[in-house]
Design a protein around this ligand. Structure first.
Ligand SMILES: NC(=O)C1=CN([C@@H]2O[C@H](COP(=O)(O)OP(=O)(O)OC[C@H]3O[C@@H](n4cnc5c(N)ncnc54)[C@H](O)[C@@H]3O)[C@@H](O)[C@H]2O)C=CC1
Ligand SMILES: O=C(O)[C@@H]1CCC=N1
Length: 272
């Protein structure tokens, strides 16, 4: 892919995940700079991936072709204020922040932007990310392509047509690794309660989750319900477990959780 210079403003969990994935995919480490106020987050990035680090956001942004905004939403306005001095006319801006829309980002940076909003997730760290992307139709094709390739370097992508759909991506992918971790934690805990040691309980759940996810991927023409039914023998053990989930309205719980994620993103759009 095109090797543009990239400045990650903010060097937390998500920036690290994308940087790790980019380096693993062969992106030139010298073309990547990450910023943070202290060396706590920066030193490991420099040591692990050989990228440049800087505590000066303005300098990093001025020197980059692509500026990735990767700070917490509540900090975004404060972080953007000094960046208003940057000439963004020839730069691509990528924001990964939840709950801050394009119009608000343009106001925060006081510029007309070549902007892509991206909603990634942390499995980008191991090249298994899922990112949703949104841009105005006026975005140049080469910027569109660069953003696609950047996120494809760390996983799968899908472009959404309306900016509001980014909130749906948050609910279904950005936040969703945590749902699976929670589910796996619950299985691990119950396996331990049934007598397995912690390590064995973890192996049982992690290998099963991996196997299930890979079966989904390996059978694109088989719907998820069919895969479930193939495990569920009539009158057997799985049927009892699934009946218990249904009795406690698992589907409704998931729907409510995803709706709550969207509602929070909408609320953040008003707050920050
Ligand atoms: N963690 C996740 O799974 C996902 C996070 N996001 C978005 O990514 C963004 C970052 O989230 P995380 O990485 O989880 O947060 P984080 O708290 O791990 O990282 C934020 C980083 O910003 C740095 N920072 C704080 N003040 C700064 C400043 N003035 N200048 C430069 N850097 C500064 C901090 O040192 C920290 O390393 C958020 O906007 C979030 O909505 C999006 C998708 C998934
Ligand atoms: O929890 C959050 O707000 C961020 C956005 C998606 C995942 N983490």
């Amino acid at each position: 892919m095109e090797q543009r210079s990239i400045a990650f403003i903010g060097a937390g969990n998500m920036a690290r995940s994308i940087i790790a994935g980019l380096i693993a995919s062969g992106y030139d480490a010298k073309k990547i700079t990450a910023t943070a106020p202290t060396t706590t987050r920066l030193a490991p990035l420099k040591d692990d991936f050989g990228i440049n680090t800087d505590s000066d956001n303005l300098r990093a942004a001025q020197q980059a072709d692509v500026v990735v905004l990767a700070v917490k939403p509540q900090l975004m306005a404060d972080v953007c204020l000094p960046l208003q001095a940057v000439d963004f006319s020839n730069k691509l801006v990528i924001s990964i922040a939840a709950g801050i829309n394009s119009a608000r980002l343009a106001t925060m940076l006081d510029s007309q932007l070549h902007l892509v909003r991206v909603m990634p997730n942390t499995p980008a760290l191991i090249g298994k990310g899922m990112s949703g992307l949104y841009a105005e139709s006026t975005l140049a094709p080469q910027d569109h392509q660069f953003a696609s390739e950047l996120l494809q370097a760390v996983g799968e992508i899908c472009w959404v047509k309306q900016e509001a759909d980014i909130n749906g991506i948050i609910a279904a992918a950005g936040s969703a690794p945590a749902y699976f971790f929670l589910f796996m934690e619950a299985i691990q805990q119950q396996a331990m309660a049934q007598g397995f040691d912690e390590q064995t309980a973890r192996l049982l759940v992690q290998q099963t989750a991996l196997g299930a996810a890979e079966m989904v991927q390996a059978n694109p023409d088989t719907d998820l319900a069919t895969l479930r039914q193939q495990v569920t023998s009539k009158g057997g053990t799985t049927a009892e477990a699934i009946n218990t989930f249904n009795h406690h309205h698992l589907t409704e719980i998931v729907a409510k959780a995803m709706q709550a994620a969207v509602a929070r993103a909408q609320e953040m759009e008003q707050l920050f």
